[in-house]
Ligand binder design. Structure first.
Ligand code: ATP
Length: 364
């Protein structure tokens, strides 16, 4: 139980189509994260699953049953919001017990379920306190407790960690991953934070402008992004994209001219596309962490305008001729490079991605 299917789901507000035909199967027990920039429609999609928004068209199916017209409480889901939505005048115990009281559950059952949830969330010693006396992280755990006692088939989370500081967010990520293992429930989680997506998800759904840009396991998205949007969105600092001309295409891949050096990237190009590609411009993608000091398959001299020393990493930013965005490189450890002093950097052909004029990747 806890299987969710979205079938060509569309949502319009007035004339504005916010979700543009999303189809997706979430498997039982899976942790799926919807990620994307602000306004891409991820919260709207989650709210449609929850029953807080009507779908304009398409079907939402939970455990084989179309739930479009079912009230939220009848869907077997529980939702946790960014704002926690706790009742300030009630104790932690009463807050967690609230949905069970509304259902009219017997007092003994309520106590048992609240105590179980409090134990899972390490809130046993806080049950008598009011939310106002708790830290942000503890409040969010109370909100999660209120979802747990309902024993939903599917948990829905809408940016639950956004109000927490960085250290607490990191702790809560680990707690949520543990909770998912412990409960084995299906979880659908919305965030704009790619680190949350990468660390917690079994599969990530990257949304862009109401469409799914790619669905896949976190490392699949990192290593095999299907388009420039996903390539730029997953990974931090973001991938460098450089326009290059195609010299030739063969079974070995695409050979491009990178600053006068010929570089062959081992990607698959369908035979019927090869001739048209020769002489055209493609985008070469290289992640900052795949750049190193010294010579390699492709080497260039550059002068960083800014160098950030983080101790465990050294991050440099430079401007390349004919290139609008900052070119970024990340070196491990503390490297004695300085801004305004030229260095030689390089990257390997095996670390490169190639995207066509429409931003679609050639498969690696
Ligand atoms: P964010 O991370 O900023 O919350 P999001 O990806 O979750 O972004 P949504 O909240 O789903 O985005 O909103 C998608 C688009 O739909 C936005 O442009 C938003 O302004 C619009 N929108 C959302 N709810 C409504 C509404 N009730 N009426 C009109 N427009 C809406």
């Amino acid at each position: 139980m806890g299987q969710l299917s979205l079938k060509n789901v569309v949502k319009t507000f007035g004339d504005f189509e916010v979700v543009k035909g999303v189809s997706l199967d979430v498997h039982e027990g899976e942790f799926v994260v919807f990620v994307g920039p602000s306004g891409c429609g991820k919260s709207t999609l989650l709210r449609m699953v929850a029953g807080l928004e009507h779908t304009t068209s398409g079907d939402i199916v939970i455990d084989g049953k179309r739930v479009n017209d079912l009230a939220p409480v009848k869907r077997g889901i529980a939702m946790v919001f960014q704002s926690y939505a706790l009742y300030p005048h009630m104790s932690v115990y009463e807050n967690i017990a609230f949905p069970l009281r509304v259902e009219g559950a017997p007092a003994k059952e309520i106590r048992k379920k609240v105590e179980e949830a409090a134990a899972i969330l390490h809130l046993e010693n806080r049950l008598d306190q009011r939310p106002g006396n708790l830290s942000g992280g503890q409040r969010q755990r109370v909100a999660i407790g209120r979802a747990i006692v309902r024993q939903p088939e599917i948990f829905l989370f809408d940016e639950p960690l956004s109000n927490l500081d960085a250290a607490l967010r990191a702790d809560m990520r680990i707690e949520l991953t543990r909770l998912h293992k412990q409960l084995g429930a299906t979880m659908v989680y919305v965030t704009h934070d790619q680190v949350e997506a990468m660390t917690m998800a079994d599969r990530i759904v990257v949304l862009n402008g109401g469409y799914i840009a790619q669905v896949g396991a976190p490392l699949t998205l990192y290593h095999k992004p299907e388009n420039t949007f996903v390539a730029g969105f997953i990974g931090n600092p973001r991938m460098n994209f450089m326009p290059v001309n195609v010299l030739s295409v063969s079974d070995d891949g695409i050979t491009v001219d990178f600053q006068g050096q010929s570089l062959t990237i081992d990607v698959d190009v369908p035979a019927d596309r090869r001739a048209a590609l020769v002489g055209s411009q493609v985008s070469l993608g290289v992640r900052p962490e795949h750049i190193s000091l010294g010579a390699g398959d492709a080497t260039m001299a550059l002068t960083p305008t800014v160098v950030e020393h983080l101790g465990q990493l050294t991050i440099g930013y430079a401007t390349l001729p004919g290139h609008e965005e900052n070119f970024c490189f990340v070196l491990t450890g503390t490297q004695m490079i300085e801004d305004d002093r030229a260095v030689n950097v390089s990257f390997g052909a095996g670390d490169c991605h190639v995207f066509d004029a429409d931003g679609q990747a050639f498969e690696r």
